[in-house]
Design a protein around this ligand. Sequence first.
Ligand code: NDP
Ligand code: MG
Ligand code: MG
Length: 341
Amino acid sequence: AAQMYYDADADLSLIAGKAVAVIGYGSQGHAHALSLRDSGVDVRVGLAEGSKSRAKAEAEGLRVVSVAEAVQEANVVMLLTPDHVQRHVYTESIEPHLAEGDALFFGHGFNIRFGYIKPPAGVDVCMVAPKGPGHLVRREYVDGRGVPVIVAVETDATGKAWDLALSYAKAIGGLRAGGIKTTFTEETETDLFGEQAVLCGGMSQLVQYGFETLTEAGYQPEVAYFECLHELKLIVDLMYEGGIAKQRWSVSDTAEYGDYVSGPRVIDEKVKENMQAVLADIKSGAFAERFINDQDAGAPEFKELRAKGETHPIEATGRELRKLMSWVKTTDSDYVEGSAG
Ligand code: NDP
Ligand code: MG
Ligand code: MG
């Protein structure tokens, strides 16, 4: 069974005794920096010149300096810029200022697993990866709870890397929910697979196909939206609370029977073979290479796909319907409807 760690297993004073630099102040960066600070940790935020995030971090009372200064001051550096810019930030502003005995932390293993960043010997390399979006990570911390975290050590140069990683995980509230010990390889490959095959890729496509099937058959888009997207949250909440079994317990016998006979017709064995092919491309590095090459070229493929996604009719239908649903609120003030990204 996986090894689990909770608050009692970690010593907060280890991270509180360090100077921590959080590089980037986006989804994860703001959650880490604010929760570290609230846990009594000495934290500064490292951002590029002219960064859009700077004002937001300063408004929260955080000290913002350049990435290079942040790394110079700190002995623990958490790199939370987007994965595809991490190696540039690392090469230009982090590596030159890393000292023996410092620790380099990641929120996802991408750049280490695929070899885009190769830290020097003498530096601990750790991961604390919350299994949830950054805005939820922060909200849960403030509410006295946490989002589960994945904790891993790639290089234990000091002999103290593991305890330090657990201490960091505790400081952002992760060990209130539980930390699972894993490796950079397992975290990276399963994280990419989960988001591609099930959580983001698989789910988005399933919802779109359901909506298309109903509207192409002449049903009203508003009705199709409710059946194929809106209700999904209610179903997922039940799964989250009690597994697929609780979802089947709660729905009608009609729905449960339909689940058994039609689920495997929609998601058939071919889909599993497709998933295995997706996993193979993740493990071989082919996905990583395609992503990074596109980003390095200015992200033409990414931008085209993003713009195309926005034009799907389900988005326009949803925008109109959500205006009528006062109980559906976005709590993330920096999300703007209809603005890709
Ligand atoms: P974001 O896209 O939200 O990060 C944006 C931040 O990075 C902004 O503050 C941005 O500054 C800053 N940034 C961008 N380029 C640079 C640069 N060259 N130098 C300095 N700062 C820069 O990232 P996420 O939070 O989504 O992801 C961060 C890490 O966390 C990734 O490794 C990701 O895989 C991992 N992760 C993310 C999750 C999530 O919830 N999003 C969940 C679990 C892990 P500016 O405002 O100036 O653009
Ligand atoms: Mg991910
Ligand atoms: Mg129904």
